[in-house]
Design a protein around this ligand. Structure first.
Ligand code: ADP
Length: 459
């Protein structure tokens, strides 16, 4: 006997969960969302994209102010953190209003675990209740991965930097970042822009592995030259020193170390698998919970959306996956919506940003696209807005299919890269060609006019 029955139960209340919850409630279904945070937004809002980009916004403005006015006056780190905290508060209040306006949704500050394929135990401060569900969406996200390394506990993580009321409240004079992935490099660029001495220790032969290599090379040329990158560094231990930490590592079999005020562990995140899941006999793969294009696990009434399936751990991907699952629940067993990963923007919110979407030159060289791709480049040194902003490095790179000139992908490094990739991604998703882009009178004097400019260059 269960204490309550729902049409759909969500494990988690982040981007993989709440879009479907609100959609399904709008269609008249009874939905339970469970999350120990007791609020919508998941880790993106608690310690990820929102707080880190709120801080980046202030830092970017400080840089632009210094560049354009010559006034290099600093503001205290506490002001930057206060802006971040205020942004989080605003968004939590907005989400609370959204839940209040959706009577079909029950949100419980609780952790859910599986009893069987249709039953969950929902644990909160008052105890445990049994809940049965027709459908379940697992959206338990991912968590910072901390390796078993002597002294790993001495390192800060992105959570310590970005959560509400963070652990790090003062700007450190120096920082060692273990890991040269997106979080590591973004964090490096924020703190370097503030004047912290930053060193990245990266295990492999390049930072930002998996991103377009030409884009990464273009970004590296524009990153703060003060950021020191040590490649092929394998960290062996972290120790406390009177002034901070010492990170020991080997590089080409040589034992070396780096000292700094703080160390940040940023070697990746791992899916959070709810308790009891492994007993259900549902397939996992090396990335997380295995799903098909309809977001179904190998139990067709159980879906897995967002970081927990490890397909593409980005908030906007989680949102779309959540809606795909929601629509397929409304389809009552017949799939009517599918997830398409071919045109998903992927952005490095460094200073400046770098972003890519679709098939790009380096990917094509690896053989993912048969046939030839034609590249057209719009350099920002020729761009009016970039000139006005005094930020003329980088440019827009578009990749068209030879023959029909269909846009297959692109990357941007430099001014407005994070915004421009949306327009490029939409053009890729809509199957537009160089002819379509060339006919669109994109706005002057904004960097987006470079998109049609690059298309016109082929005609
Ligand atoms: P995504 O963007 O993939 O939805 P997030 O990591 O942003 O992922 O959010 C996942 C949320 O799931 C987090 O807020 C986390 O607290 C919550 N969560 C993790 N495990 C459980 C669980 N067993 N029961 C309920 N909520 C959970």
């Amino acid at each position: 006997m269960s204490d309550a029955e729902f049409d759909v139960v969500m494990i988690g209340a982040g981007g993989g969960a709440y879009p479907a919850a609100l959609r399904l409630a709008r269609a008249g279904l009874r939905v339970l969302m469970t999350d120990p945070k007791g609020a919508l937004g998941g880790n993106c809002l608690a310690e990820g994209c929102i707080p880190s980009k709120a801080m980046r916004e202030v830092i970017t403005h400080l840089r632009a102010h210094a560049r354009l006015t010559g006034n290099t006056a600093r503001i205290g780190y506490e002001r930057i953190v206060a802006h971040k905290d205020a942004t989080q508060t605003t968004r939590y209040a907005q989400h609370a209003r959204e839940v209040a306006a959706a009577p079909g949704v029950t949100l419980r500050k609780a952790v859910a675990r599986f009893a069987d394929r249709h039953t969950l135990l929902v644990d909160d401060d008052l105890g445990s209740t049994t809940v049965s569900a027709q459908h379940i969406i697992i959206a338990s996200g991912a968590d910072v991965f901390v390796p078993t390394l002597p002294g790993a506990e001495l390192c800060l993580t992105s959570r310590d930097l970005f959560r509400y009321n963070p652990t790090l409240t003062k700007q450190p004079a120096s920082m060692v970042i273990i890991g040269g992935g997106a979080i590591g490099v973004e964090t490096a660029s924020f703190f370097a822009a503030l004047g912290t001495q930053v060193t990245i220790l990266q295990r492999g032969p390049q930072i930002l592995a998996g991103m377009d290599t030409d884009m990464v090379a273009a970004l590296r040329a524009l990153l703060d030259p003060g950021i020191r990158v040590v490649l092929d560094a394998s960290v062996t231990a972290v120790e406390r020193t009177p002034d901070g930490v010492r990170v020991r590592y080997t590089c080409q079999d040589q034992p070396l170390h780096e000292e700094a005020a703080v160390a940040v562990m940023a070697i990746g995140r791992r899916p959070v698998i709810p308790e009891g899941f492994s007993a259900l006999g549902i397939d996992m793969d090396r990335r997380g919970i295995r799903v098909d294009a309809a977001m179904r696990t190998t139990a067709p009434h159980i879906f897995a959306c967002g970081d927990v399936n490890g397909r593409l751990p980005l908030f906007h991907v989680a949102v779309r996956e959540s809606l795909v699952a929601g629509h397929n629940i409304l389809g009552r067993g017949t799939a009517c919506d599918y997830m398409d990963y071919t045109a998903v923007p992927s952005t490095l919110f460094t200073i400046p940003a770098a972003a890519q979407v679709g098939v790009t030159g380096a990917a094509a060289e690896k053989g993912t696209l048969p046939g030839e791709l034609i590249e057209s480049v719009y350099p920002f040194c020729d761009d009016a807005r970039a000139q006005m902003r005094g930020e003329t490095g980088g440019g827009i790179h578009l990749f068209f299919e030879a023959g029909n000139l269909r846009l297959r992908g692109g990357w941007v490094v430099g001014i407005d890269a994070d915004q421009l990739i949306g327009e490029i991604g939409l053009a890729v998703a809509a199957g537009l060609s160089a002819y379509d882009l060339a006919r669109f009178p994109d706005q002057h004097p904004m960097a987006a006019e470079g998109i049609s400019h690059a298309a016109r260059a082929l005609l």
